[in-house]
Design a protein. Structure first.
Length: 117
């Protein structure tokens, strides 16, 4: 049985659109999760981070206005606190993230996801 490939996607993001198009061009029909409308839970983000081999701070969009509004540059927050803020403010989650089985990759650059599909 083929494994499910999931893309955490923001249709307004050019890198996310490029990554989705690249997957489709390679014959991959991913499950598309618009994480702005349906944010992952803290538990789901923890699973994704484990597959990425990254920490919460590694997938935070530091250039987002919301990041500055929350004062995250100067605040000392735990990973759990940061994950909760990411669920409440999904705009903070780096995009796109592609998950395939027990692996995950950030689509920056989009070609980075090809190693896991």
């Amino acid at each position: 049985m083929p494994r499910t490939v999931t893309i955490y996607h923001n249709p307004r993001c050019s890198k996310s659109r490029q990554t989705l198009a690249l997957l489709e061009d390679k014959g991959v029909a991913p499950k598309i999760v618009d994480y702005q409308k349906t944010p992952p839970s803290v538990a789901e983000l923890k699973r994704i981070l484990k597959k990425l081999g990254l920490k919460a701070r590694d997938i935070v969009r530091k250039g987002e206005a919301r990041y500055a509004e929350l004062g995250l540059k100067d605040r000392d927050v735990t990973d759990d606190e940061l994950l909760a803020l990411m669920v409440e403010n999904p705009i903070l989650i780096e995009r796109p993230i592609v998950v395939s089985g027990d692996k995950a990759a950030l689509g920056r650059p989009p070609e980075a996801v090809l190693k896991i599909v």
